[in-house]
Design a protein around this ligand. Structure first.
Ligand code: B12
Length: 190
């Protein structure tokens, strides 16, 4: 399945998102990562229509969109969530914001990931691809036809290989809008 992972971070480091990308690819999914950096000076800033149009082209055909945000970038995450949920694409919101404040994030997003999500995201992607019920996927808060499920955080089973090197290659990584000196393939922490 094609899965698009969107980062709202001000700096395209996102070791979490890159790790999730690598795990999904290993299970055969096609993954696009898009880094939607905006400067830190104004967290109320949201994405322009021209940027959303660029993202649309990359995510076209995705069966799932994942969005990462800290609380700082939640406003722009909510913009993306509303935008893609309105297009009827399943959206899962993960990262620091939903981990610390799941209830708050659950108000805007129908699928919220709490905590480390390697196994949860693989399970969600696999179930969506097969058309299976996603209501009981651990680590996720899920709303289906108005019914809400708040599943507990899992203890990683060890059944799936989740240790991996985060995806770094610029191929299939996109950075919008263009910001001088930043590259979607760059690695912050080495
Ligand atoms: C490295 C780091 C940075 C780096 C890189 C950030 C980046 N964009 O990647 C830098 C220095 C740039 C940074 C900056 C800031 N940071 Co910082 N940072 C961290 C730190 C130390 C580690 C994050 C990390 O890489 N973890 C390792 C990866 C593998 O784990 P992860 O990111 O949590 O991802 C996992 C899950 O969250 C989840 N997940 C993540 N994304 C997604 C997406 C989907 C779709 C799904 C399903 C799941 C999912 O699955 C991942 C894999 O298990 C954390 C503290 C911590 N211990 O986590 C603080 C932390 C995230 N930062 C924090 C803050 C406040 C900031 C700043 C606002 C500080 C400031 N005042 O400027 C800025 C904001 C930057 C921005 N808005 O982009 C807070 C966030 C609190 C909150 N409520 O959101 C934290 C938690 C520190 C704290 N305890 O206060 N930070």
């Amino acid at each position: 399945m094609k899965i698009s992972l969107l980062s709202t971070s001000t700096f395209p480091a996102d070791q979490g998102l890159r790790t999730l990308s690598a795990c999904l690819k290993r299970e055969g999914h096609e993954v696009k990562m898009v880094f939607l950096t905006l400067p830190e000076k104004d967290y109320s800033q949201i994405y322009k229509k021209s940027v959303l149009d660029q993202v649309d082209k990359v995510v076209e055909g995705s069966g799932l969109i994942g969005i990462t945000a800290m609380s700082s970038t939640s406003t722009r995450a909510k913009q993306l969530i509303e935008y893609y949920q309105n297009k009827k694409i399943p959206v899962v919101w993960g990262g620091a914001a939903p981990t610390f404040f799941p209830e708050k994030c659950f108000q805007s997003c129908n699928i919220v990931a709490v905590g480390e999500a390697e196994e949860a995201l693989l399970e969600l992607a696999s179930k969506l691809e097969k058309g299976e019920d996603i209501a009981k996927v651990k680590n996720l808060y899920i709303r289906i036809n108005g019914k809400e499920f708040r599943n507990p955080v899992r203890i990683n089973s060890g059944k799936r290989k989740i240790n991996t090197v985060p995806a770094q290659a610029p191929r299939n990584n996109y950075l919008f809008p263009d910001r001088k000196g930043l590259s979607a393939g760059m690695l912050l922490l080495h």
